[in-house]
Design a binder for this molecule. Sequence first.
Ligand code: GLC
Length: 440
Amino acid sequence: MYHFDRAQYDERMQWFLHDRFGMFIHFGLYSIPARGEWLRSTEEMPEEQYLPFFDEFNPTGFDARDWARRAKQAGVRYAVLTAKHHDGFCLYDTATTDFKSTNTPFGRDIVAEYLEAFRAEGIRVGLYYSLIDWHHPDFPQYGDRQAPLRHDPVAGCNDDRVFDRYLDYMHAQVRELCENYGKIDLMWFDFSYDDMRGEKWRATELVDMVRTLQPGIVINNRIEVSGEGFGSLAACDPTPYHGDFVTPEKIVPPRGLFDAEGRRLAWESCVTMNDNWGYCATDLNYKPAPLIVHKLVECVSKGGNMILNVGPDGRGRFPEQSCAILEEIGRWMQLNGESICGCGPVEGGPIDPEKPDYGRITRSGNTYYFHLYEGSIGPVPLLGVPKDRIRSIRRVADGTEVLLSNDWTHSDYPDIAFANLGPSPVLPDPVDTVIAVTVD
Ligand code: GLC
């Protein structure tokens, strides 16, 4: 019977729940055709059409230090890079296959360079590893839900495919990543579906190995589920391979996430900047930076994290649209990051303010960060904040003191504290003006 040690769990989750804001990086051979990371599946592409990208792969613009600098400037606290995606291409010098970046014209270990550069910027490092592998000869194809050869009974014939041989390979690769690259803070497995979940992956053996080699590592829930489903920790029936956090994809859970006994769950919304994880040259549906900031605030106010994706192009560079968005997010984060990192929902604090209709609240200890997305007519109401409990109010961006208003205009509401942001009807920060209300 598996014993779930909640104290040990809470200990290892501390940094994750503190840091709140991550960067996902999806990079690989698919960055060259630039039609997203699923193109082998969506186009049912035989491998012989894909392998020329291996022979060509030489991202001369790749500079992990540039990636790391941009992540740092954006206020990102942890990062996750694809070590291997569904296409089976390995971005690291694995001994298990020749289908790796060090065997391409590029000849370099991208994972190693990423880890060194992001650690140097003080950013925690994670690796994404696909349980699915459309390159390996023992991974099922014909009749699978999404494999490239799922409709081809000849090329995709599974008669000679020995899944256990694939599992030996997959486990050996995960072992390499855990043994050969120093401390890894987060393992982002992807993903389970149909009967391909849990012990089908030999999950207990795999997770035991990862946790033995990387004590304290945080592991997501996709060895059990995918972006659909929550996992065994949510069911209060943790398996030996339970994920440590839930991974809602391209959505912010409307009410946050709670386990079957009502405890808040750790979760991380994984979000693309446009619609694709891997670089897609024609996908210009980039989200405006202000929207991403508001969604990051929403995640934190509901007890979650956000990991924001960048899909470098075939030259290894962050797309210019992504750079611009990161810079704008970074401008806000450099001034207001204390209202994100180290923060969470209001519950559990000394007072119980209401979510304002002009924005949201995040909390750290006895400091409540009111995020103002729209201006008020007159002073700003702080519903649920007892006046006599207020120790200070400060504008987070520049530390300016904010006084409580005693204007006659709100004399009919003596029980409500109103903050005086000054005479201008325009908020200092059009994206999100944050005031920190500290209470006794
Ligand atoms: C989904 C996609 C995969 C992507 C992952 C990121 O699982 O299939 O391509 O890497 O989401 O969350």
